[in-house]
Design a protein around this ligand. Structure first.
Ligand code: SF4
Ligand code: SF4
Length: 81
């Protein structure tokens, strides 16, 4: 499932450069994740980098976007042909 950034985000920017898919950008009040680019880091890393570096634990899996590992890997391959 794609990750999302909660209102706890303090816009430190640490997560943006960690994303292997350039899925993270600065939004109006918090940083935001484009769910069409988030692969939970599948294809690039063993764990979700944004969640690892976030100092306030604002990057969380979005339960509304459950996806299989195969679907996430397919997305990663499409993003990185
Ligand atoms: S989980 Fe990985 S792919 Fe998804 S937004 Fe975070 S760093 Fe990017
Ligand atoms: S690392 Fe966390 S607090 Fe910093 S911009 Fe990303 S989501 Fe926001």
């Amino acid at each position: 499932m794609a990750y999302k950034i909660s209102e706890d985000c303090i816009s430190c920017g640490a997560c943006e450069s960690e994303c292997p898919n350039q899925a993270i950008s600065e939004g109006s009040s918090t940083y935001v994740i484009n769910p069409d680019k988030c692969t939970e880091c599948v294809g690039a890393h063993d764990s979700s980098k944004c969640a690892e570096v976030c100092p306030v634990d604002a990057c969380q899996p979005d339960p509304a976007r459950k996806e299989t590992k195969e679907a996430l890997l397919a997305r990663y391959k499409k993003l990185h042909p």
